[in-house]
Write a protein that binds this ligand. Structure first.
Ligand SMILES: [Zn+2]
Ligand SMILES: [Zn+2]
Length: 265
């Protein structure tokens, strides 16, 4: 565990997670993780949903992460999971400038303003549009996000499979353009272990996706996407084995938006 960090974690401010960032940091420390990072769902002046922190709570979040730094001996990094919507990139400018971030995670949940692909209330839209078309749209948004170069790493690369919808055709057709985009910007993506606990019952990304990342020499981070303190570091041994089997050679760490690579030994 001493090789690993957990940079993708939430807290009670987003209305659908529990706990204070200090509780998460303590759990990370108890597991022997090298670093912990808080990265709640970004407050947004434009997105109106019920699963992100309110804009007026941002200062409270910054204070809580400062408190987490006091609670543990390991480094506590300040991050945010940012929703990327095609055509609305500039809506993140103020947030990027607001604080001294260690990293920003880019995530695609929304295909458009009315459709978050991971929202169980909207799952029938996937059947309506067809699995292949939904995947194409999701990954086109994902590639636009990578190419925006706004983020230090990109989260849950194939979240679109959350409810178990997998294309029947050759998966490389979907994965290769994402890997090419990551290579073109010297990017980094994550193994997100939360997928093992969703209907899809596998990590994000798919093993083949990870193998292509390994062949391309991309670094990764391993994340829990914890919404409860006890889920920090969940399944990390299994994820690290998977990364090694996929040929991944480096893990990324972030400090004030500077990336450092740690060799997987
Ligand atoms: Zn969440
Ligand atoms: Zn997410």
């Amino acid at each position: 565990m001493s090789l690993l960090t957990d940079y993708h974690t939430h807290n009670a401010l987003c209305h659908h997670a529990s706990g204070h960032p200090a509780d998460y940091a303590r759990h990370a420390e108890s597991l022997g993780l090298a670093e912990f990072g808080a990265s709640d769902h970004n407050p947004s002046p434009t997105l109106k949903d019920d699963w992100r922190m309110n804009v007026e709570m941002l200062d409270v979040y910054l204070e809580q992460v400062a408190e987490a730094r006091e609670a543990v001996q390991i480094p506590v990094r300040l991050g945010m999971e940012c929703d990327f919507l095609v055509g609305e990139e500039a809506s993140l400018d103020w947030l990027e400038a607001y604080a001294d971030w260690d990293y920003l995670i880019g995530s695609v949940h929304y295909l458009d303003r009315d459709w978050a692909v991971d929202d169980p209330r909207l799952v029938e839209k996937i059947t309506l549009h067809g699995v292949n078309e939904t995947w194409d749209r999701y990954l086109a948004c994902y590639i636009a996000m990578i190419k925006s170069k706004r983020f230090d790493f990109v989260g849950h690369p194939d979240l679109v499979k959350k409810f178990g919808h997998m294309p029947k055709d050759n998966l490389d057709r979907y994965f290769e353009p994402v890997i090419d985009a990551l290579v073109s910007v010297d990017g980094c993506f994550e193994i997100n272990t939360a997928g093992w606990h969703k209907a899809c019952a596998e990590q994000y990304p798919h093993m083949r996706f990870l193998e292509l990342a390994g062949q391309a020499g991309l670094p990764i981070v391993i994340s829990s996407d914890a919404h409860s303190p006890r889920d920090v570091g969940r399944d990390f041994d299994r994820a690290l084995d998977m990364a090694k089997n996929a040929g991944i050679k480096h893990l990324a760490r972030f400090d004030k938006r500077q990336r450092r690579l740690i060799e997987i030994v």
